[in-house]
Ligand binder design. Structure first.
Ligand code: ADP
Ligand code: MG
Length: 723
């Protein structure tokens, strides 16, 4: 019994309340065509998926070639072929391209690939259609292509889930001819079908009914089962002139258990005591016109009888099962892990992904044109308003008068003193890194000049990259300078009756001068602020949607399930998908940056190289988010919803519209979990303030951490199986 290629032991699978497969046990030997029969919904697909290592069982074990499939699903994948019930190849690739993809996935050497593909296409008679797109093939031809792809790596056993469902009778017969040919070549075939007549073509049969295996064995033995033709009964084939009328009459006769019409004659299960004469008499047919002969039961008869008796093959078959050799568990999981994390299939997936992108013009449209439109529309449309501007103070005087002045700034609520520094260098750095949007610089001789009435100058440096913030700061500081001056003048006048202060030229002047200067964006153009932010959001949006959809689409079309049955590595699969989109992201970046510079006239102050490098990091992070979404979403609609859930905070909380410094504390804390927050600071810093990497250390570290977490999480969550 050690030669059994397949062995199932008490295999059960539940989906919530539904039991799709219940306690199924059997074994198969090499070289058979095994037919798994059963009506729709009886559990055939579920059973096959568990055997191929793509759907974990609720309980029980599957052994293929003596290996426990669910202790190490990767091990068997080189040796099996699987054709899922729904057509699950790539419709936008040609016949040959589909084959080539699978040849690469299975690691067939480049030198022998062409020959192998040619052989398989010849075998399946697809040779003269090799350049046709798969989606344009008719049903029967699609099935041949699916068969071809599942045969490329020369598997020992082939699982075919309802290969003949929905194709025309001629194609059905041709497909079976092909299966027989494969069988003579020594392959074991495991074919499920709901067509009863196909059972007759198989060398061994199992019948599933309501999740239970109620019959199992070769056709001859099954037909000889006592339940099929009970003691005291016989099966007859009766020919009469008007068979349909006779059928109705027969059904109500005593001693007749079953009667059906098949190929023009009546198939009857009746008490053996009823003679031919009695039949003529009961049916009212003249004796010479009724021909009766004893008949063998068909497999259909077998299934009908066993369904009625409600057998459960799995439960009484237990002791007949051979015990498969168990393997040490630890090494297996190790092998499994290393295999799952392998790069295998990377090039295959990579090349396929490029073909998809190039063959689908709408993807290109979505990738390049839509972002450009968004950039133009939003870039001109957005406008907002501001308070609590983070401000840095360099008070070189630091006596009472100057502290009063700073307090006056604070009291306006327009400025929030974020930091007080004592060095010019630190002051400049805080402004360049964007930590502070306004810098107040009080000269060392402020108090002295005030006393000597020689108009001290207080410098207000305003970051002009955000025109909204800058405008607010500008107005507030001018106003403050004026009111402070008036207050001081009033005091002086009241106390001493002295002439007012004089300016440089000796003319009468205000006691102090507050002199604002706009840094980085002197003309205060709002485009300078919003366009880099928009680029950040558009990059994330497009990359997130593209990856999420690329994977969820494959899940929906069933092509992902087909891939799970191959030895493709998890990392290979994911990276193969990521790299083309990363390349697309790079092109996209060039497009939007060009639009920013030439369309909106926003020049890049800092290093283009640094900007590109950090943008690619952000694109990678967005792609990771896309994969994460694809592991959560089952359908494209769900993917869309998840993507929106991610995009909303990126728009509202990243600082794109509302400055983060003005958010309530809990929400401000939340902004640190959003990758766009960091990239927004980076892109504005580099484009508008010419910030260098050391200036942007914090957001850079933040973005790195986000990217790592997201990528790790998505690789961890991405499983090579269905749930
Ligand atoms: P068959 O292939 O014989 O038509 P299936 O194996 O597809 O039958 O399904 C068997 C039963 O399991 C059905 O009742 C079906 O609704 C249920 N089922 C199959 N897959 C799932 C799933 N992923 N989630 C919930 N129920 C499922
Ligand atoms: Mg099915």
């Amino acid at each position: 019994m050690s030669s059994s290629i397949v062995s199932l032991r008490h295999l059960t699978r539940q989906f919530g309340e539904i039991t799709a497969v219940e306690n199924v046990s059997f074994s198969l030997e090499t070289g058979a065509i095994f037919g798994l029969l059963g009506p729709n919904g009886s559990g055939k697909s579920t059973l096959i998926r568990m055997m191929c290592g793509v759907l974990p069982p609720t309980s029980g074990d599957v052994y293929l070639f003596g290996h426990n499939v669910w202790k190490n699903p990767e091990r068997i994948k080189e040796s099996i072929g699987y054709m899922s019930q729904a057509f699950s190849l790539y419709g936008d690739l040609t016949v040959e391209e589909n084959c080539r993809f699978y040849a690469r996935i299975y690691g067939i050497e480049a030198g022998t690939q062409n020959q192998r593909i040619e052989d398989i296409l010849n075998l399946t008679h697809l040779s003269n259609r090799h350049r046709q797109l798969a989606q344009t093939l008719s049903g029967g031809w699609k099935q041949r292509l699916a068969l071809a792809c599942s045969l490329l790596h020369d598997p020992q056993i082939l699982f075919l889930d309802e290969p003949t469902a929905g194709i025309d009778p001629v194609a059905r017969r041709e497909l079976w001819d092909l299966l027989f040919e494969l069988s003579t070549q020594g392959k074991t075939l495991f074919v499920s079908t709901h067509y009863m007549d196909e059972a007759e073509r198989c060398s061994k049969i199992g019948y599933l009914q309501n999740a239970k295996l109620i019959a199992f064995g070769d056709p001859k033995t099954l037909k000889a089962r006592p339940e099929v033709t009970p003691i005291g009964m016989k099966r007859y084939e009766i020919s009469v002139p008007d068979a349909p009328a006779a059928l109705l009459a027969l059904r109500h006769q005593e001693g007749v258990q079953e009667a059906t019409l098949y190929r023009g004659s009546l198939q009857v299960l009746a008490a053996e005591s009823i003679t031919q004469d009695e039949f003529s008499q009961r049916l009212g047919v003249p004796r010479g016109e009724l021909h009766l002969k004893e008949a063998q039961p068909s497999l259909e008869d077998v299934f009908v009888s066993l369904t009625r008796e409600n057998h459960d093959y799995g439960s009484y078959n237990d002791d007949k099962l051979p015990a498969p050799t168990e393997e040490p568990e630890i090494t297996n999981t190790e092998v499994q892990r290393t295999r799952l994390l392998s790069f295998r299939g990377f090039t295959a997936v990579l090349l396929k992904e490029f073909s998809h992108i190039l063959r689908e013009p709408s993807t290109l449209f979505f990738m390049f044109l839509v972002p450009l439109l968004q950039l133009t529309i939003f870039g001109y449309a957005i406008d907002t308003e501001i308070e609590h501007i983070p401000t840095v103070v360099l008070n070189l005087d630091n006596r009472e008068a100057s502290r009063e002045l700073i307090a006056a700034f604070e009291n306006t609520r327009t400025f929030a003193i974020a930091k007080r520094v004592t060095q010019q260098k630190a002051f400049d750095e805080l402004l360049r890194s964007g930590t502070a949007k306004v810098g107040i610089r009080v000269p060392a001789d402020y108090s002295e000049k005030l006393l000597r009435r020689t108009q001290p100058v207080v410098q207000i440096l305003i970051d002009g990259s955000d025109s909204q913030v800058a405008n607010a700061a500008l107005t507030a500081s001018k106003l403050l300078g004026l009111t402070t001056s008036i207050r001081i003048a009033k005091q002086l006048g009241e106390q001493m009756q002295i002439a007012p202060a004089r300016d440089l030229f000796g003319d009468a002047a205000l006691p102090i001068e507050v002199r604002p200067r706009i840094l980085y964006n002197p003309a205060l153009e709002s485009a300078h602020f919003f366009v880099p932010g928009l680029i950040c959001l558009i990059l994330q949006l497009v990359m997130l949607f593209l990856t999420a959809f690329a994977i969820v689409r494959e899940r929906e079309h069933g092509t992902l399930e087909q891939l799970f049955v191959t030895p493709v590595g998890r990392v290979g699969l994911l990276l193969g998908k990521l790299v083309p989109y990363l390349a697309a992201g790079a092109v996209e970046l060039a497009v939007v940056l060009a639009a920013m510079i030439f369309l909106f006239g926003v020049p890049i102050q800092g290093s283009l190289f640094l900007l590109t490098a950090l943008s690619l990091l952000f694109i990678l992070c967005s792609l990771g988010l896309g994969i994460l979404v694809s592991t959560l979403a089952r359908t494209q609609l769900e993917a869309m919803q998840f993507a929106f859930i991610i995009m909303l905070p990126s728009v509202l909380l990243s600082g794109f519209i509302f400055p983060r410094s003005q958010m309530p504390l809990p929400i401000y804390g939340l902004t640190f979990a959003i990758p766009a927050t960091y990239f927004l600071e980076i892109i504005r810093g580099i484009v508008l303030r010419g910030a260098s990497l050391p200036d942007l250390r914090d957001p850079f570290v933040g973005l790195c951490i986000c990217t790592l977490i997201i990528l790790a999480l998505s690789i961890f969550r991405f499983r090579k199986r269905l749930e």
